[in-house]
Design a protein around this ligand. Structure first.
Ligand code: SF4
Ligand code: SF4
Length: 150
């Protein structure tokens, strides 16, 4: 099963292309987004009370499809800790392969930092650069584990 999974993953990542081609592919696919928020509201990793995608200085309110920044915020906040549960893809109103995109980023992040989400119990890398209020919220739990604040 592991070998089969590796084989399919290699094929799916290969279809994304590399470098700028991959970025363009992701930008093209996400340009169908209708900003329904299913990918954010159902992600088990998202925990910010004030979601950055709802901040007007980052993502223009009322604009559909939203600017690519909407997706960049998801990628930058989740890519270190995505557990590839598939919810953001399964529930996407526009059938955008969100989980595939995020998982492809997560694999690169894991190569860089060695953090394996769902396995490592340390604080994820990007948690260290998140907003102070969210860091404080996590810290106030008396723990350093994100899953303890749900
Ligand atoms: S696949 Fe990753 S980004 Fe998508 S909902 Fe699951 S944990 Fe979140
Ligand atoms: S679930 Fe799909 S359509 Fe909805 S906000 Fe996320 S990417 Fe956009």
């Amino acid at each position: 099963m592991f070998k089969l999974a590796d084989k399919y993953r290699a094929a799916q990542f290969g279809a994304l292309g590399e470098s700028e081609d991959r970025l363009k592919f992701i930008m093209d696919e996400t340009s169908r987004c209708i900003k329904c928020y299913q990918c954010i509201e159902n992600c088990p990793i998202c925990y910010c009370v004030e979601c950055s995608t709802r901040k007007p200085h980052l993502v223009t309110p009322g604009q559909v499809p939203p600017p690519f920044m909407f997706h960049l915020i998801r990628f930058s906040h989740i890519s270190d800790s995505c557990v590839n549960c598939g919810q953001c893809e399964e529930l996407c109103a526009m059938d955008i392969p969100n989980a595939l995109f995020m998982h492809s980023l997560q694999v690169e992040m894991e190569k860089m930092f060695g953090f394996a989400p769902g396995v490592n119990m340390d604080l994820p890398i990007l948690a260290l650069v998140e907003e102070p209020a969210e860091r404080k919220r996590l810290s106030d739990t008396g723990d350093d584990q994100i899953y303890n604040i749900f």
